[in-house]
Ligand binder design. Structure first.
Ligand code: HEC
Ligand code: HEC
Length: 350
């Protein structure tokens, strides 16, 4: 538990000593929450000063996240597709399904360390975390709802009326505050207590021989894209998946229109990867073994295939690895699992 204290501690600022907030007349005390950057993490991309998480804003964001009222059938909440036990992915679902069982085309992404990401979704369609939820809320195959209808539903709930009043200076139930509250909840979802983190921060953990060998292999074969402590360089790449005729998902090209972006997807973080199966943007690979088999033997050539996967003579595709090396990489990847995060009751529905 001691490990969590760093970012559990609340700064009891509130109005009592926050002189910059003089004209804010709160309905009740609404202390700011400490947004603590883990010492092995980079600076956040999210401008926390523009939407500082507060106790009430976070509580509101969490309530909204788990509320089916954000969908047209009253059932599909954010938490329906983003389940904490699996690092907020949609466990067992290859592609997500939403209102009336409608199928999407993509695998739900994990939600953690979002404050450190520049763009969101597999193709980067959302350029700010505050705007991201507009996509699932309004998508027919996800929540299939409109903001005006949601706001009407929320206005009828005394609990929401109170929470919005307590959480925001203008005290209004509107889309902006709704989105800000969701962001306050999501930026607090930091996963930084895996075995790997404890090793990186010299907190006394050590790799087993297999994990250490795996880390070395990973560093030379994978870390050019799955880079740094977030395990993504946040670029868009084509890692040689065969085009799926059912979805023909063109990836980043959908956003930029550039031919050079066809079939490129955001390099995903690998934190909690043991929990977030199935893998890839369409969930086509079931296990980590399948993923490594893809990188060694399953790659398909195309115009936009990342050059790192092509040998200089262009004949052999992929990353060569022995069976033993694959097992070592998998052992290493499992050190990225953060049990504290998936069990952290601050983020749990109940
Ligand atoms: C029907 C299932 C479903 C629901 C409901 C849903 N999501 Fe998602 N979520 C997904 C899928 C699938 C993706 C990947 C989308 C893509 O790449 O186009 C995603 C992506 C995201 C991302 C981007 C993560 C990243 O690393 O880029 C965020 C943030 C997110 N969802 C938050 C939410 C919030 C907040 C809600 C509720 C308002 C919500 N989601 C509702 C399935 C869902
Ligand atoms: C050239 C960049 C690049 C390299 C090198 C690379 N990857 Fe990836 N990786 C990607 C991209 C891009 C995706 C997402 C592809 C998609 O879904 O279309 C991905 C997806 C994955 C996933 C699935 C993640 C998820 O959330 O579904 C895993 C696991 C993975 N890579 C592990 C590895 C390992 C292990 C190596 C080294 C053996 C490696 N990658 C090398 C770019 C790369």
């Amino acid at each position: 538990m001691v490990k969590n204290i760093g970012y559990i501690v609340l700064i009891i600022f509130g109005v009592a000593c926050g002189s910059d907030k003089e004209d804010y007349v709160p309905i009740s005390q609404n202390p700011e929450l400490a947004f603590t950057i883990p010492s092995n993490f980079p600076e956040p991309s999210y401008n926390v000063t523009l939407n500082p998480p507060t106790e009430k804003g976070f509580e509101l964001g969490k309530k909204l996240f788990y509320d089916g009222r954000l969908s047209s059938d009253g059932v599909i909440s954010c938490g329906f597709c983003h389940i904490q036990d699996f690092a907020f992915t949609h466990h067992t679902h290859i592609v997500s399904h939403g209102v009336d069982g409608a199928l999407g085309t993509r695998n739900a992404q994990p939600l953690h360390n979002l404050a450190f990401m520049n763009e969101f979704t597999w193709d980067g369609a959302a350029i700010h975390l505050d705007l991201q939820p507009i996509i699932p809320i309004t998508a027919e195959v996800e929540m299939n709802e409109s903001f005006s209808s949601i706001l009407k539903k929320l206005e009828e709930q005394p609990e929401y009326v109170t929470l919005f009043r307590e959480a925001f200076e203008d005290q209004k139930i509107n889309s902006e505050n709704l989105l800000k509250a969701l962001s306050q909840f999501m930026i607090m979802m930091i996963s930084s207590n895996s075995k790997y983190d404890k090793i990186e921060r010299n907190e006394g953990s050590v790799f087993t021989a297999n994990e250490a060998a795996g880390f070395e292999l990973f560093t030379s074969k994978c870390a050019s894209c799955h880079a740094g402590t977030l395990f993504t360089d946040q670029s868009y790449r084509n890692n040689g998946l065969a085009i799926d005729p059912e979805y023909n998902d063109i990836g980043r090209n959908r956003v930029t229109g550039l031919t050079s972006d066809l079939y490129k997807f955001k390099v995903p973080t690998l934190r909690n990867i043991e929990l977030t199966f199935p893998y890839m943007h369409d969930g086509r690979l079931k296990t980590l073994q399948d993923v490594l088999d893809h990188y060694s033997d399953g790659m398909v050539d195309s115009e936009t295939l990342d050059p790192v996967f092509k040998n200089t003579d262009g004949t052999i595709l992929g990353i060569s690895m022995t069976e033993e090396e694959k097992q070592q990489i998998i052992s290493f990847l499992k050190t990225l699992t953060d049990d504290d995060f998936v069990n952290d009751t601050r983020f749990s529905e109940f």
